[in-house]
Design a protein around this ligand. Sequence first.
Ligand code: WTA
Length: 632
Amino acid sequence: MKENFDVKLVENAKYYTPDAEYKRSSWIGDYQEAYRRFLADPDAFWETIARELEWIRPWDRVCEWTYPYARWFVNAQLNITANCLDRHVAGDRRNKVALIWRGEDGKERVYSYQRLLGEVSRFANGLKKLGVKKGDRVCIYMPMVPEQLIAMLACARIGAVHSVVFAGFGTSALNLRINDAEAKVVITADISIRRGKAIPLITIVQEAIVHAPSVEHVVIYRRRKEPPVELHPGREHDFYGIMEDVPAECPCETMDAEDPLFVLYTSGSTGTPKGVVHTCGGYMVGAYYSTKTVFDLKERDIYWCTADPGWITGHTYIVYGPLAVGATVFITEITPDYPDPGSWWKLIQEQQISVFYTAPTAIRTFMKVGEDWPNRYNLSSLRIIGSVGEPLNPEAFEWYYRVIGKSRCPIVDTWWQTETGMQMITTMVGEPMRPGFVGKPIPGVEVDVTDKNGNPVPPGTGGFLVIKRPWPSMLRTVYKNDARYRQYWETISGVYAAGDLAVKGSDGYIMVIGRADDIIIVSGHNIGTAEVESALVSHHAVAEAAVIGKPDAIKGNAIKAFVILRVGNTPSEKLTQDLIYHVRMTLGPVAVPHEIEFVDKLPKTRSGKIMRRVLKAKELGMDPGDISTLEE
Ligand code: WTA
């Protein structure tokens, strides 16, 4: 087990305790007490939460666990949008603001719960008109605009399974995801706007579906008015066009608790991304419960999660969780550096954001530009601030706590994954926070740090982060690859292996060190080394490639590629740029290597596997460890 964690940090316990009022007024109440209640009767614990929501038919049993398969809320029926929309419209939140969107040009769009329900219903009816039925897969490839959320909710309303692909992915990454899901419809926009520039999304879609036989229709949200993009009749449809001449109401499709709600692709250790499948009932309960208790959302909060709905963080903590709770959600396509590094703080002041959720990579970027920027704005509306996506290092914690939270707001650093569907480890609001550590499992979740045989390791020793019992919002399978699903539970027998390395302090607080596999987390985005390698090898000049993650002060990790050229090609700056461009066009800007080194040879095992560990050790001037399997 590599021990590249800060031993001093594990030994020296330093805590920050928020004002007692936080705990007194929190939904969770006393953490220890809530945790004990869960352990005493896990089914009863989850059942109490599920009862806060609306079901068409109640469950016969809370959980049925046949290792490694779980069914939650067995035989219950529901529709998640009835809980995210209709429930509030029928109750006291009809006129409450559900969604505020801010464009780069300063344009603002505001949706009440009533209006959002209307838009979702009409778009759902439009999809039905195109022949979309329960169980059909729909790919959503859109910028951060309200239409993205409307499209997701409309699919959920009619029982279509959405597969949202982040708009930062390129043609081949999109093609792979459309084909794997066999999507019948792709919903997109003509352009995405970033830092004053229009990025054409529609052309990426048009290229991506050339070899995607399942696609029958493309729905386009046309933002550019002069001239609007032309539509190919019969195949391409206008987003608002399909909402014309349809009934204003769309009854919810009755879904079984275990029917799939969505597929979301995440990088794997192989070249093919995994289609993580989440289901309607358990996911809804997990999203609702964690949003309500971890962010301790109250009726008056204005909540901003800076993620894109194209990632799991956006699915659970922009769309389904906050809307199920009945919160007011703010979203924007404004980047943190445009027009200047004060843009987000200005938005917090203007919108009076009270709960803010972002990523360590953003926090570290803000640290670099200095505290003058946030100090220009009044951030006193903030009540709770959160972090997700990668380890929040102690320096970033301290800065976030002091400069943004004014040494007053609790920080909820939340560990979880696409696969877990909801937050699993954090420091619940009101509990003492420990910089460098995410915290403890939330009530409802049991975790540990073990060796590769599943034996708990002593405090202060590195090990694998595992989850010890099923939870409602766990993934149910990997789309069309159930063997890959079983691996999660079979790698370390009897428990769910998260694939992360971690250390537990003697106080039970958990520090997450990083991935144990070939996934590199760059600015909080999971990138598979194999995906980048195969993109490189698809370039005509490349014979072989190996990719590693190198620690980066801002991004967490940077991608470094080692490339062997085909005979007849010579290294040059131009070729480096060509390769970067090639990866950008195929995989997308998120996966572009930051550094390329041309080499003649790569370290391999005798069986021919590239030993990335050796490359990485050499790059960082570290001991490569056991190299007995190295070729020579
Ligand atoms: C990492 C994002 C440390 C971890 C919700 C995990 C974190 C992977 C944290 C999942 C955190 C996420 N501290 N590491 N608070 N949150 N990670 O699927 O390695 O995009 O396995 O889900 O991100 O990334 P994913």
